[in-house]
Write a protein that binds this ligand. Structure first.
Ligand code: GLC
Length: 696
C-alpha cells in the first residue's frame, strides 16, 4: 500500500506548489471552478422563473417606471416608509417579481444626484429586495462602468483613461489602481465593474480609442492582467471586454464590421492578447462585443464560434454577458427580424450566459414599433421563457448558463468577504491614497511631443505674466467620457466644493495659479491691457481639447462606411444629442479662431508658448506645433491632470524618468491621410516616441 502511495505523494508534492503559486499568479482570488458542484446543486433546486432571472441584467433605468416618482422618493429623508416608497417607485420590487440576479447602473445620475450616498442607498435597497425574494441566489450583481475610477460618483478620484495608462507602461501601478477603485466601488454598493477594455485599436478615428491601452498586443496583455488582478484582489468582479475585435472594425466604426482575411489564430495574435492576460488573472466575467467579423455579429458567435471556443479551448470559467441590448442590436445589424425568443436562443447557443437589457433603445431607430424594443424587463423575461418552452433554448443550455453565473457568484462572495464593510473614515483614507496614485499615474501618462530650445523644465525665473488660452479651466475636458454621465460633460459641476477636494481635481489653471504665486494670470483676450511683456517675463500656456464623448459619439469621418446614422452621429458632425455639444468632425485640434492670431504674434516675439493637448487619441496638430515651443500630449489624465502637467512643466516630475513611461503607444499623425492609411506610409511620431527632460 505504502509503495503505491509513493508516486502519488511525489505527484502531490509537485502539484501542490503549482496550484498554490498558480492561484497566487492568478491574483489569489477564489476561482468559479471550485464552486461548480455547489452551483449545480443550487440549479437543481431552482424553478424556471429563478433560472431565467439569472440570465437577466436590466439597467436600473429599465426598472424605473417613472423617473420623476423615483427621484421624488429618493429625495425624501431615509425612513422605513421612504425606503418602501423607493422600492416601489424606483422599480426595485421587480427584482423580486422576475427573480433578477443582476442590475446595472447605466447613463448618469437619473436618481437626481450622483453623490455616493445616493448610490449606496439605491444599491442597498436593491440588495434588500433581492435577499428577501431571490433566496437561492448568493449575490445580487450590481454593475457599473467604473472604467477610470469610481467614475459615476460625484467627487470620485478620476484616473487617466486606458490610453494614458498605456503611456505610463507600469503594470504594478495599474494593478494598484484596480485594487483601489474596486474598494471604492464596493463602498458605493457596486460589486461588478465593466472593465478593462482590452481592444487593440487599429483605426484612431474610433470613438473608443482612449479605452484601448495600446496598439502593441503584448502591452495590452500585461496591463489587462494587472488591472483585472487589482480589481479582483480589491474584492470586485472584473469584466474583460469587448469580445472580440471591437478595435478591429473598418474605418474605426464603433459597432461596425471588421473585414479579416486571415485565420482565427492570426486574429487572436493581435486582438486576443488581452483575453490571455485576463485568463492569467482568473477574470470572473467577459462582455461580448457589438462588432461583426466578416459580417457575422459577435453576439451570435462571430464567424468562428469564438465564445464557445474561448470557454472550452482556453477554459474560461466565468460567465459571458452581452453588451447593452447587444443581441437585439446584432439582429438589427444583420438585417433580420426574428422573434425575440429566437434572437436570445441564437445568442445562448453561441455561448452567451446573461443579457444586458436597457430601455429606450429602439433597436431599429427608424421603426419605433420595432419588435426588439424591450419596454420593460418583463418583455425580456417572457421572451426567454418562450424560448425555453419552445425548445429553442435547451434545458442543458439554460442550466449551463446558470451554473456559470452562480459558480462565479459563489467565488466572488468568498473573494469580497474581506472588503465589503468599509467604514467612512477608511473610505476617506482610501480616497487620499487614490489621489496620490492618480497624480503619479497622470504624470506618467503625459508625452512630451516637442520641446524647442529645451524650454522644459521651465527655468523658475521671476515670471510677471502668464497668458492663458483655450479650455485651461475645464475639468470636464481632462476627464473625458464615462465620467458621471455616459458621455461625460464640460465643466466642474460634479467636481467643485467638497467634491473638488475629495477628487483631487485640479485644472491647468488651478495648478498654474497654485504654483506661480507671484505671476499675474491673464486671459489671452486681455493681453493688450498689459505693457512690456517680453520673453523674459512672460509665458503663454494654452490648452486644445476634444469635447468629451463616449463610444460612437466620438467616431470621426467614417461616413464612407456609415453603417447606420443612428450610431455614427459623431462622424456626421452632428450635435452630440446626449450632451448638446458640437461633435468633432475631424481628427485635428487647433486654437480657437479668436485666440490664434494673438498666440502666433506672441510666439513670433519669442515669448515661450506651452500647449497642452487633451484628447482621447493622437490628433493632427500641425499649426499648434509650429506656433508652440513645448507641446504636451496629456490624453485624458483625469482629475489630477492639472497638477501632473504643471509638475512636468516645472521639473517636479521629469519626463521619461521611470522606465518606458511618457512614451507613445499609438503612432501620432502629421496628416489625416496617414490616419486613413493606418500609418502604413509613416507617421509624425512613432510608437515609443517621447522626449525626456532633465533637471536644470
Ligand atoms: C455600453 C458599452 C459597454 C458598457 C455597457 C454598459 O454600450 O459598449 O462598454 O460596459 O454599455 O454601460
Amino acid at each position: 500500500m505504502k509503495t503505491k502511495l509513493k508516486p502519488y505523494a511525489a505527484l502531490i508534492s509537485y502539484l501542490f506548489p503549482v496550484f498554490f503559486f498558480g492561484s497566487l499568479l492568478a491574483g489569489n482570488v477564489s476561482s468559479p471552478k471550485d464552486y461548480q458542484a455547489k452551483a449545480f446543486e443550487t440549479v437543481s433546486q431552482m424553478n424556471l422563473d429563478e433560472k431565467i432571472g439569472q440570465l437577466l441584467l436590466p439597467t436600473y433605468t429599465l426598472l424605473i417606471p417613472s423617473m420623476d416618482a423615483c427621484k421624488a422618493a429618493m429625495a425624501k429623508p431615509k425612513s422605513e416608509a421612504s425606503d418602501k416608497q423607493v422600492k416601489e417607485d424606483c422599480g426595485l420590487n421587480q427584482i423580486g417579481k422576475y427573480k433578477i440576479g443582476a442590475v446595472l447602473q447605466d447613463g448618469g445620475p437619473y436618481t437626481g444626484k450622483a453623490d455616493i450616498d445616493t448610490w449606496i442607498r439605491l444599491n442597498s435597497l436593491a440588495k434588500e429586495v433581492h435577499q428577501a425574494e431571490v433566496t437561492k441566489d448568493p449575490l445580487l450583481l450590481t454593475g457599473n462602468d467604473a472604467i477610470h475610477g469610481n467614475s459615476h460618483v460625484a467627487g470620485a478620484v478620476i484616473f487617466p483613461h486606458n490610453i494614458g495608462l498605456g503611456v505610463a507602461h507600469d503594470s504594478e501601478m495599474v494593478r494598484s489602481i484596480g485594487e483601489l477603485v474596486a474598494k471604492d466601488s464596493l463602498y458605493s454598493g457596486f460589486n461588478w465593474v465593466y472593465m478593462p477594455t482590452v481592444a487593440v485599436a487599429q483605426d484612431i478615428r474610433w470613438g473608443r480609442t482612449y479605452e484601448s491601452f495600446s496598439q502593441t498586443p503584448a502591452l495590452v496583455k500585461s496591463l489587462a492582467k494587472a488591472y483585472i488582478q487589482g480589481y479582483q484582489q480589491g474584492g470586485a468582479i472584473a469584466t474583460v471586454k469587448h469580445f472580440i475585435g471591437d478595435g478591429a472594425t473598418n474605418y474605426g466604426i464603433d459597432e461596425g464590421d471588421a473585414t479579416f482575411n486571415g485565420s482565427p489564430e492570426e486574429f487572436w495574435q493581435t486582438h486576443g492578447q488581452g483575453y490571455d492576460g485576463a485568463l492569467d488573472a482568473n477574470v470572473y466575467s467577459m462582455m461580448i462585443s457589438y462588432n461583426a467579423i466578416n459580417g457575422k455579429r459577435m453576439h451570435f458567435g462571430g464567424p468562428w464560434n469564438s465564445i464557445n471556443e474561448f470557454k472550452k479551448k482556453r477554459s474560461f470559467q466565468g460567465f459571458a454577458v452581452s453588451d447593452y441590448n447587444g443581441a437585439t442590436r446584432a439582429e438589427y445589424f444583420e438585417k433580420r427580424q426574428r422573434r425575440l425568443p429566437e434572437v436570445f436562443a441564437d445568442s445562448i447557443k453561441a455561448g452567451m450566459d446573461m443579457f444586458m437589457v436597457g430601455g429606450g433603445d429602439k433597436m431599429n431607430p427608424f421603426d419605433p414599433a420595432s419588435p426588439y424594443y424591450c419596454k420593460n424587463i418583463g418583455d425580456a423575461s417572457d421572451a426567454l421563457k418562450i424560448a425555453v418552452n419552445e425548445g429553442l433554448i435547451t434545458k442543458e443550455q439554460l442550466n449551463n448558463a446558470v451554473v456559470r453565473i452562480l459558480s462565479t457568484k459563489f467565488a466572488a462572495v468568498d473573494n469580497m468577504k474581506n472588503y465589503a464593510n468599509m467604514k467612512k473614515k477608511d473610505y476617506e483614507a482610501l480616497q487620499k491614497k487614490q489621489r496620490a496614485v492618480a497624480l503619479k499615474s497622470a504624470e506618467k501618462s503625459l508625452v512630451l511631443l516637442q520641446n524647442k530650445n529645451d524650454l522644459l523644465p521651465l527655468k523658475e525665473k521671476s515670471l510677471k505674466y502668464i497668458v492663458m488660452a483655450g479650455p485651461v479651466d475645464d475639468i470636464g475636458s481632462q476627464n473625458g467620457g464615462w465620467t458621471i454621465n455616459w458621455q461625460g460633460q464640460k465643466g466642474d459641476q460634479y467636481f467643485s466644493g467638497a467634491n473638488k477636494i475629495s477628487s483631487g481635481a485640479a485644472t491647468v489653471f488651478d495648478s498654474v495659479k497654485k504654483h506661480f504665486k507671484t505671476a499675474k494670470i491673464i486671459n489671452i483676450k486681455e493681453i493688450d491691457t498689459v505693457k512690456n511683456v517680453s520673453p523674459s517675463n512672460t509665458l503663454v500656456v494654452t490648452v486644445v481639447a476634444e469635447p468629451p464623448y463616449a463610444e460612437y459619439m466620438g467616431d470621426i469621418g467614417n461616413t464612407a462606411g456609415v453603417i447606420d446614422p443612428f450610431y455614427v452621429r459623431g462622424a456626421l458632425g452632428g450635435e452630440n444629442q446626449y450632451m448638446g455639444l458640437p461633435q468633432s468632425t475631424e481628427l485635428k485640434l487647433d486654437w480657437l479662431s479668436d485666440e490664434t492670431a494673438t498666440i502666433e504674434r506672441l510666439h513670433k516675439q519669442n515669448i515661450p508658448v506651452i500647449t497642452v493637448v487633451y484628447s482621447g487619441r493622437p490628433v493632427v496638430l500641425s499649426h499648434v506645433l509650429q506656433n508652440s515651443d513645448a507641446v504636451i500630449a496629456a490624453f485624458l489624465p483625469g482629475t489630477t491632470g492639472g497638477d501632473a502637467i504643471v509638475n512636468a512643466i516645472v521639473g517636479k516630475y521629469l519626463f521619461r524618468s521611470e522606465g518606458k513611461s511618457n512614451t507613445l503607444t499609438f503612432p501620432w499623425p502629421n496628416t489625416m491621410k496617414e490616419v486613413e492609411n493606418r500609418f502604413k506610409d509613416g507617421s509624425l511620431y512613432s510608437i515609443g516616441y517621447g522626449l525626456a527632460t532633465k533637471k536644470k
